[in-house]
Design a protein around this ligand. Structure first.
Ligand code: UDP
Ligand code: UDP
Length: 304
């Protein structure tokens, strides 16, 4: 299965046949090259804001840039992807009778006033801020999913995914883990955005994929939080990257952007109880796996 947090794509399985639709706004064909030419794999250049007429049994609707720098670059396109894109995928699900899974986000909780976040929390979101195209967009996407479910009986699954990282992430994605790893490898200072005490919880990509497949195959509509409850401040993350990847690198404080959530950690009780899922890969084990991949792509061997 393809899962890339940052790419505009969706894919579906039908007895091991996979069709991936991607407009490559943030995704890359390179990540799929091992599958191109496989008899049960198909790749379509397609933008989900346009209608799509194909025959499928399951739809993994992952479309939308997830990195703040990418989604803020074209906010109108971002909200269209979340609203019109989700509507089109639901229209497709309705026409062919497919089950559809939406990757929603922990951003629906905004700058949360309860901690850790449970699925029953309604969130604290700015409707007119620079992040709203993404977080309000995903909130509307969740609403559309439930309205199609109630009105048309569509089989829906909603995952609220928390910060995810792993190999093959876009090196210039702008997310904190990819930034710090690329900076450490390049001997550039690690840029902690002020105040640095804000927290995130990072889930390794293979754990995330496992959670999404369990949700799709199970009987619960969700929303269900899928994320790693291990919580770190951005300063702690920088210190971990420094220690594991480049002890000589400098850590500097830089300016932050508006509406940055101050804390984020999933309550995964529902995922444990309903899906039998919990993450296996700890941050300190996942970071070196990502480092190896980034070193290969950047052409900087470990002991240069
Ligand atoms: N749609 C699509 N593929 C399909 C069926 C529908 O992309 O196989 C799109 C369609 O263009 C429409 C949206 O999904 O804009 C919602 O479809 P629905 O049938 O729910 O609504 P309607 O077309 O009646 O407004
Ligand atoms: N951040 C940072 N340095 C960077 C990029 C991001 O300190 O080079 C911080 C950012 O301010 C936020 C956290 O890392 O508090 C997570 O940011 P990211 O963009 O990875 O994901 P978000 O959770 O905001 O979607």
């Amino acid at each position: 299965m393809l899962y890339q947090h940052i790419c505009i794509s969706w894919c579906c399985f039908s007895f091991l046949q996979v069709i991936v639709a991607d407009n490559y706004f943030t995704g890359s064909k390179d990540n799929l090259k091992k599958w191109i030419g496989h008899p049960r794999f198909e790749l379509i250049r397609h933008d989900v804001t346009e209608p799509l007429l194909i025959e499928v049994d399951q739809i993994y609707h992952l479309a939308c840039p997830a990195s703040p720098i990418f989604y803020k670059y074209n906010p109108v396109k971002t909200i269209k992807t979340n609203v019109i894109g989700t509507l089109n995928m639901l229209g497709l699900a309705k026409r062919v009778g497919a089950r559809i899974l939406l990757t929603s986000t922990s951003e629906v909780y905004g700058d949360p006033l309860i901690h850790p976040q449970t699925e029953s929390y309604w969130g604290n979101v700015n409707p007119i801020g620079v992040r709203s195209c993404y977080d309000e967009g995903k909130r509307v996407a969740e609403t559309l999913m439930f309205d199609y479910h109630r009105q048309h009986g569509i089989e829906i699954r909603i995952a609220r995914i928390f910060n995810t990282y792993g190999p093959r992430m876009n090196i210039d994605d702008g997310r904190v883990v990819s930034n710090f790893i690329a900076q450490a490898i390049r001997d550039d200072p690690l840029t902690v955005q002020a105040p640095g005490t804000q927290t995130r919880s990072f889930c390794y990509v293979s754990d995330m994929v496992d959670g999404l497949i369990r949700l799709m195959q199970g009987d619960n509509t969700g929303p269900i939080n899928i994320g790693n409850p291990g919580e770190f401040t951005m300063i702690e993350l920088a210190e971990n990257v420094k220690e594991l990847i480049n002890p000589k690198v400098e850590i500097i404080m830089v300016e932050n952007t508006p509406d940055d959530p101050r804390q984020r950690k999933p309550d995964i009780t529902k995922a444990k109880d309903l899906l039998g899922w919990e993450p296996k890969v700890k941050l300190r084990d996942g970071l070196p796996l990502m480092e190896d991949d980034f070193r290969t792509r950047l052409g900087v061997p470990k002991n240069k």
